[in-house]
Write a protein that binds this ligand. Sequence first.
Ligand SMILES: *Cc1c(COP(=O)(O)O)cnc(C)c1O
Length: 458
Amino acid sequence: MSEEKVIPYKIYLEESEMPRQWYNMRADMKNKPAPLLNKDTLKPITFEELQPVFCDELIKQELDETTPYFDIPQEILDFYKMYRPAPLVRAYCLEKALDTPAKIYYKFEGNNTSGSHKLNSAIAQAYYAKEQGLKGVTTETGAGQWGTALSMASSYLGLDCNVYMVKCSYEQKPFRREVMRTYGASVTPSPSTTTEVGKRILEAHPGTTGSLGCAISEAIEAAGNKEGYRYVLGSVLNQVMLHQSIIGLEAKAAMDKYGIDPDIIIGCAGGGSNLGGLIAPFMREKLLGNKDYRFIAVEPASCPTLTRGKYAYDYCDTGMVCPLSKMYTLGSGFIPSSSHAGGLRYHGMNSTLSQLYADGYMEAMSVEQTSVFEAAQRFARVEGILPAPESSHAIKVAIDEALKCKETGEEKTILFGLTGTGYFDMYAYQRYNDGEMGDYVPSDEEINAGLAGLPKVD
Ligand SMILES: *Cc1c(COP(=O)(O)O)cnc(C)c1O
């Protein structure tokens, strides 16, 4: 009979097995993602043009599409050691509850105070800001995970941190705000009257609950107005995805150690950073023609960027101050309904993932909020972890795929990214438990209205 090794419930890498480099998928792509464009000249943006906004080293990473591996600086490795390796967990209990022949694994990124994978990039970005001798950083936060992560990283390195928090999250999650303040950050609800762009957005959309796109515009303006400050972003950009490759590199090393090879890899997709990070080393195998995998991006039906958006140049922010990125987008003016997965309410998608999706290397699915919470509850009851609503999008599709295996009898191996915990999302869970949660799916008219605002670039 088969001599299958017994797989531990949780696989942790030894310290000596931890990745010491990040992996840049673009280096192995034949079709590179389209370059960022200067919004005024419509020419590919240069290092110098990005310098007033971003940190130098991060711009280099952003623009580099040929270097496959980047050494992780020792100080960042040391910080990673405080909460990494993240466990790769075999979801034995979930498999049993589903009565599926599928083998389900998840990479759990919620084992740190910020409660998500965001800390992986926050510490890197804060490190490069500090290295450059800057005083502080400004940023946006949607659900609050990124702001929390950046506050933690900034206080560790002694940087000032100013966070613009999407208003609906600011109101729904006051405790997130207090975690950030505990780590020394200042937090402003967005849109606010502290910036010109915030005032403009408030005038155009009075009573708006905000969006990531608005908060990004405000944070960029705030950075530009202060000497020694730069703007940092928690998702969407290729530099962020590079840092998040630590997720996939660890997961692959842990799987290789036990001879496990996934068939399907699933991640939730907001701006694309955790998904891109999780799939990175597996996608490398696929790009090089060594192996095939099914990659599935899962997004909310209320913000269906890949499944209903258009692949086109667009602004990364509502205020149209960012460079233009070619990506799947719903239009920078699209303000998604205030769903409970704040971290997935973004109109665009990382440019590398967009190109991979356009080239057929990856699939995408959209799922409705109530079905996501149903999956979250099911998971929490058997696996113990109370998942973040964002992460639960991946859980939902992992369960669906496992149930398909039950019908067909296939023993597929499924890997999904469990990006974080949901302890600050209890208001959302309450709505679900009280049967008050609804599903909002934008109409074609609403989608078309967003797309009609795309800039003309050719
Ligand atoms: C921010 C966030 C996401 C989505 O962001 P990506 O950049 O698409 O990864 C998913 N899950 C959690 C828990 C988050 O905090």
